[in-house]
Write a protein that binds this ligand. Structure first.
Ligand code: FE
Ligand code: FE
Ligand code: MG
Length: 165
C-alpha cells in the first residue's frame, strides 16, 4: 500500500474497496461464464459466437487483473476464495445450462448490461474523489459497452440468418 497514494483518495477507502471487490467478483464470474459458454456453444454461427465469447472471457480476466491491482494499491485484499465471489457479486452467474447460441448470447448480454451499470456507477462515485479509480472504471466501462454491442449484433445476425433460411 502506498500511504500517500491512499491518503489522496477523497472518499472512505473501505467503501471504495468494497465496491472494487464486488466488481472483482463479477469479473471472475463473467470470465468463467464466457469461458465455459465458449466451449459448450451449439447451433448456427457457432464458430463466430465461440470466438467472440472466448475473446470476451480474456477481457474479463484482464479486468479482474486491473481491479485487483487497484485493490492492492489501496491496501485492500482481493476476495480470497471463489465461495466469496458469490457473496460480493453484483451481477451473479448464469450457468450455461442450455448451450444453444441464442440462449448463451442472451445470458451474456444480460451480464454485460449489469456490468455497464456497475462501472457507470463506480465512475460516477469516483469522478471527483479518486481520479485513478475513475480512469480504471472508464476504461473497463468502454470494454463492457463494446461487449454488449458485439453480442447484440451477433444476435441480430443470428435472427436474420434463421429468418431468411
Ligand atoms: Fe469486465
Ligand atoms: Fe464484459
Ligand atoms: Mg468483442
Amino acid at each position: 500500500m502506498g500511504t500517500k497514494g491512499r491518503s489522496i483518495v477523497g472518499m472512505d477507502v473501505e467503501v471504495l474497496l468494497n465496491l472494487l471487490n464486488r466488481a472483482f467478483a463479477d469479473e471472475w464470474l463473467a470470465y468463467y461464464q464466457y469461458w465455459l459458454g465458449a466451449k459448450l456453444a451449439k447451433g448456427p454461427m457457432k464458430d463466430g459466437v465461440m470466438a467472440e465469447l472466448l475473446q470476451h472471457a480474456t477481457d474479463e480476466l484482464r479486468h479482474a487483473d486491473l481491479v485487483s491491482n487497484r485493490i492492492i494499491q489501496l491496501g485492500g485484499t482481493p476476495v480470497l476464495t471463489p465461495q466469496d465471489w458469490y457473496k460480493h457479486t453484483n451481477c451473479g452467474y448464469d450457468a450455461p445450462e442450455d448451450p444453444y447460441v441464442r440462449v448463451l448470447l442472451e445470458q451474456n448480454i444480460k451480464g454485460e448490461q449489469c456490468a455497464i451499470g456497475v462501472y457507470q456507477e463506480l465512475s460516477k462515485i469516483t469522478r471527483e474523489a479518486d481520479p485513478i479509480t475513475y480512469e480504471l472504471a472508464l476504461q473497463i466501462l468502454n470494454d463492457e459497452v463494446e461487449h454488449e454491442e458485439d453480442l447484440q449484433s451477433l444476435l441480430e445476425d443470428l435472427d436474420l440468418m434463421v429468418q431468411r433460411r
